[in-house]
Design a protein around this ligand. Structure first.
Ligand code: NDP
Length: 261
C-alpha cells in the first residue's frame, strides 16, 4: 500500500485527499492519501521521509521550501523554483509543478487572453506568470510588498501605491487574502477600479466565494474560482503518483466526480 499526503499550513480545508482517494479507490490502485499540517517548511524533507511517503503535494506556504527539499527538480518546476508535487524515486525526492498547467485547463473557456494582471507575488504567481509568458501573454504583477519582485523582472511590477490602472483581459488573485479571512487582496478602491477594467476574473482559492470573487460577480464579470485549477493540477499530480499506470481519462472522470460531493 502506497501512502501519499498533502503538506500545508493551513491544510484542513484541502480537497486533495478526497480527490486522490476517490481515484485510488475506483481504479483499485492500492494507495491512501492523507494530510499533514506542517508549520515549518524546512522540516518538509524530514517529515516526508519519516512517514515513508511515495509522493506528496505541497500547498501554501511551502512550495518554495519544497523546491529546496528535493534531490532533483524536473520540467517547469525547475524553471520557476516552485514545487507542488514530490515523487519518491528510490529514496530520492523528485520535484514537479502541476499548478500552471492546471490553471490553463481552468481558463480554457475564457476567450483569447492577451494581457493579465496577477495579484500576488508568491509561488502561484511565479508559476502562472511563467506559463502565461510561454504563451506570449503579457503579465503585470500587483503585490502588497515589493520584496519578491526580483523574480518578476521581465514584467511590470506594482505595489498598491505605485499601481497604474490599465485594461486587462484577465485578473487573477493568487494571494491568500480571503482564504482564512474576509480580506480583499488590495484596498477596495483599487480592486474596484481594476475589476471595472477587466473582462474575466479568477481566484486560486476554492471552496468559497472570496471577497475578490464576490465583488467581481457583483459587477457581472465572468469568473472562475480555484476549483478547476485544483482539478487540473490534481489530475496531473495523480498521473505522476501512479506513474502512468492509470488511464488519464479515468483519473479525470473519478477526480471530477468528487467535485459533485
Ligand atoms: P504564497 O505564500 O507563496 O504567496 C502568497 C502571496 O499572497 C504573497 O504575494 C503575499 O504578499 C500575498 N498575501 C498574503 N496575504 C495577503 C493579504 N491579506 N493581502 C494581500 N496580499 C496577501 O502562496 P501561494 O502562491 O502558494 O498560494 C496562494 C493562494 O493560492 C493560496 O490561497 C492557495 O490556497 C491558492 N492556491 C490554489 C491552488 C488551486 O489548485 N486552486 C493551487 C495553488 C495555490 P507578500 O509578498 O506581501 O507577503
Amino acid at each position: 500500500m502506497k501512502l501519499f499526503a498533502i503538506f500545508g499550513d493551513p491544510v484542513s480545508h484541502s480537497r486533495s485527499p478526497l480527490m486522490h482517494n476517490n481515484v485510488f479507490k475506483k481504479l483499485n490502485f492500492r494507495a491512501c492519501y492523507t494530510r499533514v499540517h506542517l508549520q515549518d517548511g524546512t522540516k518538509l524533507r524530514e517529515v516526508f521521509l519519516s512517514l515513508g511517503l511515495s509522493g506528496a503535494n505541497i500547498t501554501v506556504p511551502h512550495k518554495e521550501a519544497a523546491f529546496l527539499a528535493c534531490d532533483e527538480v524536473r520540467g517547469f518546476a525547475k524553471k520557476i523554483g516552485v514545487v507542488n508535487t514530490i515523487i519518491n524515486e528510490d529514496g530520492r525526492l523528485i520535484g514537479y509543478n502541476t499548478d500552471a498547467d492546471g490553471f490553463m485547463y481552468a481558463i480554457e473557456s475564457f476567450k483569447t487572453i492577451k494581457n493579465v494582471l496577477i495579484i500576488g507575488a508568491g509561488g502561484t504567481a511565479k508559476a502562472l506568470s511563467a506559463r502565461f509568458l510561454e504563451d506570449g501573454i503579457k503579465v503585470d504583477i500587483l503585490n502588497r510588498s515589493a520584496s519578491k519582485f526580483d523574480y518578476f523582472e521581465s514584467m511590470e511590477c506594482y505595489t498598491w501605491d505605485t499601481f497604474k490602472l490599465k485594461e486587462y483581459d484577465l485578473v487573477v488573485n493568487t494571494t491568500s487574502a480571503g482564504l482564512k479571512d474576509e480580506e480583499l487582496p488590495a484596498p477596495k478602491k483599487l480592486i474596484d477600479a481594476i475589476l471595472d477594467n477587466t473582462s474575466f476574473a479568477a481566484d486560486a482559492i476554492y471552496g468559497k466565494t472570496t471577497p475578490f470573487l464576490g465583488l467581481a460577480k457583483s459587477k457581472n464579470i465572468t469568473c472562475k474560482d480555484g476549483a478547476d485549477m485544483l482539478l487540473g493540477q490534481g489530475i496531473l499530480a495523480n498521473e505522476l503518483f501512479t506513474a502512468k499506470e492509470l488511464n488519464l481519462a479515468d483519473i479525470k472522470k473519478y477526480m471530477s466526480e468528487t467535485f459533485l460531493f
